[in-house]
Ligand binder design. Structure first.
Ligand SMILES: Cc1cc2nc3c(=O)[nH]c(=O)nc-3n(C[C@H](O)[C@H](O)[C@H](O)COP(=O)(O)OP(=O)(O)OC[C@H]3O[C@@H](n4cnc5c(N)ncnc54)[C@H](O)[C@@H]3O)c2cc1C
Length: 467
């Protein structure tokens, strides 16, 4: 691959000076500090046409392009490794181009933060339901490129389900204009779905048409103590039977996470103390609904069925926020403990109760560790994180991380699950993709990459090994 220096003078001559901000260290780092970039030319265009001009130059001279959104990706896709690429930041493309409450659609440029998109939807009394803890920094382009998930997938689906159209610059610099909000459009291949989840390896997303939903008029939340993960699943089914689509989120919380909160973030109030297993249930209902009554009814039915032994229903928006603070603070408390290895995996929901003890046993066969298993149980996505026992630290086990990861992923694979549920492949999971994914799928992916990006300039080394 050609280094950026070959085209830097031409690019600077072709674009306004503002397009070339200083390369701050954050563009070469990632949130967990496990990957670092060596350098690159930071280019931050202000329009789709400018993005196309940059990509055309790169394509002509074989210079690698690494797209950069908010930099919150957890698998190293936005970090250039040892290339000398053009780091193409979409941060200056931050306009909401259109919001249409009648069409239930919002057109956001790639650099709009997820939170700003949510707020723009709220401005017309609509909901953009994709919710992740990094939403203040993550940007629409990155959210689409990683097919982000989060806590509301159960009800509203992931980024793919919430995207009606895309505009993207392809690896040769041409512009794919597909922002139509049409719900029905069967005119051949839907290229939007190729770009979503491609992690910048097939082109640069410059704007997206987002699918909006009605805002639930009434919200409610409860935490309930369950016997075990199997009881949590039975309770979820009971909740769906009784409340239907109104169940927006259903999160499993293990004891380890609560212990970590008590030790490292004692300000976070734990409404139910520290049970072995509990769930956080969130509801969004229409104006005629009564979330508190629905949750009390669920609590009673769950208790009667022997699934629930204790619980608390939020009596105010403040209490609901307190419950969410518990769930959202667990990853932060985890970070303070320091995981040896973290796994963002999914298995079919019915397999969750059998998966957890098998994966725990597989880790125990590698060594003595503690497990924090929690997450979006409603969609089969668990965070299965492995921690050192008290008195030891993450640094003591650096040499065992690969063995732990392999042990957990082998069990995931045996259960027909995915070794990347929502964070993507990036550079971190390229080996896993090769090991676990269907070879026919892998061959088709390589063929698509070769056809759209014959010079291999788009985010080389992410998702697929660089040729
Ligand atoms: C605290 C925390 C909580 C998180 N929680 C969740 C969660 O619940 N669910 C979840 O799914 N993820 C979660 N994430 C991961 C991350 O926030 C998401 O992957 C997010 O979608 C990344 O968006 P970004 O703009 O930061 O992308 P970046 O990190 O900048 O980039 C991510 C990938 O997308 C590519 N890319 C970025 N912009 C574009 C573009 N415009 N066109 C093409 N490719 C592009 C990059 O090259 C890279 O491969 C979390 C991260 C953190 C730090």
């Amino acid at each position: 691959m050609t280094a950026f220096s070959k085209i830097e003078p031409d690019l600077r001559a072709a674009l306004p000076p503002k397009t070339f901000p200083n390369l701050q260290p954050r563009y070469l780092e990632e949130p967990r500090g496990r990957w670092a970039g060596r350098g690159g030319l930071l280019v931050s265009p202000a329009s789709t046409e400018e993005v196309a001009r940059v990509v055309s130059h790169c394509a002509e001279h074989g210079v690698p392009v690494v797209p950069y959104g908010g930099g919150t990706g957890l698998v190293g896709g936005q970090v250039s490794g040892d290339l000398e690429p053009v780091i193409l930041s979409l941060e200056r493309m931050s306009a909401i181009r259109e919001v249409d409450a009648t069409e239930n659609a919002l057109v956001a440029e790639a650099g709009v933060t997820l939170q700003a998109a949510q707020e723009a939807a709220e401005g017309v009394d609509r909901l953009f339901p994709l919710t992740i803890a990094s939403q203040g920094s993550a940007r629409i382009g990155g959210v689409m490129a990683t097919n982000a998930g989060g806590v509301n997938v159960l009800r509203y689906g992931n980024a793919r389900d919430l995207c009606l159209g895309l505009e993207a610059v392809l690896p040769d610099g041409s512009v794919l204009r597909g922002l139509s909000p049409l719900r029905k459009n069967n005119t051949g291949y839907d290229l939007r779905h190729l770009m979503i989840g491609a992690e910048g390896t097939l082109g640069i997303i410059t704007a997206a048409t987002l699918r909006l939903h009605p805002r639930p008029a009434k919200a409610g939340a409860a935490m309930m103590v369950v016997r075990d993960p199997a009881a949590a699943l039975d309770l979820l089914n009971l909740a769906r039977d009784r409340i239907g689509e109104g169940v927006s989120a259903f999160e499993l919380i293990g004891r380890f996470g609560l212990d970590a909160l008590a030790e490292h973030m004692p300000d976070v109030r734990l409404p139910l103390g520290r049970p072995d297993w509990s769930v956080l249930i969130d509801l969004g209902l229409s104006a005629s609904g009564d979330p508190e009554a629905a949750l009390l009814d669920l609590f009673e039915a769950g208790t009667e069925a022997g699934l629930v032994s204790d619980g608390v229903v939020a009596q105010s928006e403040g209490q609901r926020a307190e419950m969410w603070a518990v769930r959202e603070s667990i990853p932060l408390a985890n970070r303070k403990v320091g995981a040896v290895s973290s796994h963002d995996i999914s298995v079919p929901t019915a397999a969750i109760p059998a998966f957890i003890p098998e994966a725990t046993a597989a880790v125990a066969a590698v060594g003595r560790f503690r497990i924090n298993c929690f997450g979006h149980v409603g969609d089969g996505n668990l965070h299965f994180n492995v921690f050192p026992v008290p008195g030891e630290s993450r640094a003591d086990h650096e040499d065992r991380r690969d063995a732990i990861k392999r042990a957990v992923h082998d069990v995931v694979h045996r259960f027909g699950g995915s070794v990347s549920a929502e964070h993507g492949v990036g550079r971190l999971k390229v080996d896993d993709l090769e090991r676990y994914v269907d070879p026919v799928k892998l061959a088709a992916m390589r063929a698509i990459k070769g056809a759209l990006d014959p010079k291999g300039i788009m985010n080389p080394g992410a998702v697929l090994r660089a040729r």
